[in-house]
Design a binder for this molecule. Sequence first.
Ligand SMILES: Nc1ncnc2c1ncn2[C@@H]1O[C@H](COP(=O)(O)OP(=O)(O)OP(=O)(O)O)[C@@H](O)[C@H]1O
Ligand SMILES: O=P(O)(O)OC[C@H]1O[C@](O)(CO)[C@@H](O)[C@@H]1O
Ligand SMILES: [Mg+2]
Length: 533
Amino acid sequence: MDLSLSSFARSSIPPPLKSCNLTSLSNFPNYSFKSRNFSLTPLISRQNRRIRAQYSCNSGSGGGGGGDDDGFVVDEVPHLTNFLPDLPSYPNPLQQNLAYTIVKKNFVSPEDVVAQKIVVQKGSPRGVHFRRAGPREKVYFKSEEVRACIVTCGGLCPGINTVIREIVCGLNYMYGVHDILGIEGGYRGFYSKNTIQLTPKVVNDIHKRGGTFLRTSRGGHDTDKIVDNIQDRGINQVYIIGGDGTQKGAALIYKEVEKRGLQVAVAGIPKTIDNDIAVIDKSFGFDTAVEEAQRAINAAHVEVESVENGVGIVKLMGRYSGFIAMFATLASRDVDCCLIPESPFYLEGQGGLFEFIEQRLKENGHVVIVLAEGAGQEYVAQSMHAVSEKDASGNRLLLDVGLWLSQKIKDHFTKVQKMAVNMKYIDPTYMIRAIPSNASDNIYCTLLAHSAVHGAMAGYTGFTIGPVSSRHAYIPIDRVTETTKTIKLTDRMWARLLSSTNQPSFLKGSPVMQERVDKETIEMIDNMKITSI
Ligand SMILES: Nc1ncnc2c1ncn2[C@@H]1O[C@H](COP(=O)(O)OP(=O)(O)OP(=O)(O)O)[C@@H](O)[C@H]1O
Ligand SMILES: O=P(O)(O)OC[C@H]1O[C@](O)(CO)[C@@H](O)[C@@H]1O
Ligand SMILES: [Mg+2]
């Protein structure tokens, strides 16, 4: 009997919850629970995807249940059997795999889920959970019948090649799948290019190189043409590596595949140097990027320390989210000020950037500023009277805030303050993105790739893989695309940064900031004197 959560979802029978003390449940004779009076109501929402099992444990005087509603929610990933109910399953070939036979618990239990929030309060709802990633006892593909393909889309990021390599090797070595195609040059490669055959030998060394072995592109997503091509080529597993835009494209592919009733598993592997993908803890390549950024910050620091009134500016990537800038700043300790898209800043007057620079120059003789590329875009656009341009995927092309800020600082100090500054502007953005992944990212990429392979073989589809609260989980694609992850100015991490650099918070005097952050927070930060300069 299939005890997987998807089978519960399909049959509207909620999963057995070990946390509720139940004795028996006559409605569900196949499951035994330990408790007395119990009633149970499954609620299905979010297009039948999110399964909410509401448990009422009426156990009298504090009988140890989870309260009236313990708010346990599973954010369900689609399964091929949702639209192909007669699909046969097979024993997982990993049962015969030498490496896996010695593992104590070979397969992930179907009931294992990962909690999105791990910090909880007594009595609070148990919250959203995702299906835990890993190999399942049953698979829905015969290895010799699998024809997989891999595509990479969007910008570069350290580690893409490791993910490609590990999908190929994982499919080969764990599942005996030998037919794997590389789609070249992003989504448009499906319908405009020949494929390349990928074998462990072909991909053996690629993790040592930056970039993507399969090449990439922006734009060119045509769902019908892509799915026609998948169908024509007899592809039944699609591995799609890319950022938010790519994952939106993957969701459309999955929906079209479902509409056509094809036995095709669609697996998304989130990639973004900006670390702006929602739900997952961190994206691969991010650590490598932060580490590489240290070299640029260090260079800026060495330069400005060696001259009089040295002002170093380092521009890092981060279109809408300043994660690289924030973490690189926190890691370095040589940075005086970090500017990110989420926190509007201003230059002139009390509490402004110029005042802060002047003070640091007087105190230390130099200042280092780390700037995310998406910061201050509104000012640059105003001063350059620039027309907003877009790339092939529809992303707004950013103006060079680093050049703009360098000029503004030079002008201010020379003309207004009559004080010459020694400006050193470093733009290492592409250098940080184009390198191979470091050791820990390599391990992370391996886990992602293997989890994607296990998920597709187990018949899941329309899913993205990633760590949630430090455990790898299968997440419905639209959960990761519905919002962009940004730095919360009211979170403790940003407070850590402010108290480490002692930079202005720009809360006072910035109408935009006052709109974003509530009055109470402004007062609280003021009282904490983080803004004091
Ligand atoms: N809303 C969408 N629907 C379908 N396809 C999309 C959508 N947005 C983007 N795409 C496609 O996804 C691919 C990559 O998108 P994009 O260039 O925005 O990069 P990305 O995946 O967001 O990665 P990153 O921003 O990290 O570089 C492109 O081929 C683009 O056509
Ligand atoms: O110049 P490209 O390749 O379009 O990429 C630039 C953009 O890609 C990103 O690195 C996201 O992948 C952004 O930070 C950056 O703005
Ligand atoms: Mg994107």
